[in-house]
Design a binder for this molecule. Structure first.
Ligand SMILES: [Ca+2]
Ligand SMILES: [Ca+2]
Ligand SMILES: [Ca+2]
Length: 291
């Protein structure tokens, strides 16, 4: 009887986690669970202006959900998000040709990561913009730009239209965070980072990601021209330091074409819900057998 109650509770928990996400820039009540990455490095791009505190994600209801807690400065700096969701893809970045992102051509991704999609988020004034690009394995790609999706605001939530993505993308941004990591170039406070609940949140139909069973993710905060990286990466830098800039040590050279492996930058993997459920079911069966 006890086992039956436990099984019912487990099933409810799985079902609840499968459909609870609201794309509003706040992870509260979404059931994401523990973060997949927590910031290692204080921000040199502006405390509570440009900071990435932690990354959350899930795959449920036929969509990928991702949240980066923190802030995206309202100055049209670019938040670069890369997804590796299918075989093939780019080990070395080659832009689809949008938004001047070619300044990053030659950037080498972490070993094992082959980028299939590049999302650019930028905000400022009274607008919030998103670019969605599908990257070709051999270089280049195709993209759709969605401007001012919050209709005159740079906070909010909305769905995009369609283009390269056949189903609308959902984006939410809440920049109210005033805590989390602090300004600097040293080690971040991971406890403070994990306490932040607001920031950027988005969701994508799995059909537009190649129907993945899991998705590898990497993100970082860049400048307006995609050629001067901050020290805000998720997963974070292996060794805290100041902004990477273009040359890795904060110098400007007009490009950002570095090898991310040289900074110990990796990626995190959001697993499919079925694998989570199966692990849970296997654990449940094992525990029943033990009794
Ligand atoms: Ca949410
Ligand atoms: Ca890939
Ligand atoms: Ca902060």
């Amino acid at each position: 009887m006890k086992n039956c109650v436990f099984a019912a509770a487990a099933m409810l928990a799985i079902a609840g986690g499968a459909s609870a996400q609201t794309v509003n820039g706040n992870i509260t009540g979404d059931g994401y669970g523990a973060p997949y990455a927590v910031q290692t490095t204080q921000t040199q791009f502006g405390n509570n202006a440009s900071e990435l505190n932690a990354a959350y994600g899930s795959i449920s209801g036929g969509r990928l959900y991702v949240a980066f807690t923190g802030n995206v400065e309202a100055n049209f700096n670019k938040l670069e998000i890369f997804l590796d969701s299918k075989s093939g893809g780019q080990s070395v970045f080659s832009s689809a040709g949008n938004d001047g992102a070619g300044a990053m051509n030659g950037m080498t991704f972490p070993t094992g990561f082959t980028a299939d999609y590049h999302i650019i988020v930028r905000r400022g004034g009274s607008q919030f913009d998103v670019d969605f690009a599908s990257l070709n394995t051999g270089g280049g790609g195709s993209f759709t730009m969605y401007g001012n999706i919050f209709a005159g605001a740079n906070f909010g939530s909305a769905s995009t239209g369609t283009g390269v993505n056949t189903q609308p993308l959902q984006f939410g941004y809440d920049g109210s965070n005033t805590a989390g990591i602090s300004d600097g170039t040293g080690a971040a406070d991971p406890v403070a980072a994990a306490l932040v609940s607001t920031g950027l949140e988005f969701s994508i139909d799995l059909a537009d990601l190649g129907l993945p069973t899991s998705v590898n993710v990497l993100a970082f905060q860049n400048n307006q021209n995609h050629n001067y990286a901050s020290n805000q990466f998720l997963p974070g830098l292996a060794t805290p330091q100041g902004n990477l800039g273009g040359d890795g040590t904060g110098g400007f050279n007009g490009t950002f074409a570095l090898n991310l492996n040289n900074f110990g930058i990796g990626y995190f993997t959001i697993p499919a819900p079925s694998s989570v459920a199966l692990v849970g079911l296997a654990g449940l069966l094992a525990s029943r057998r033990r009794r």
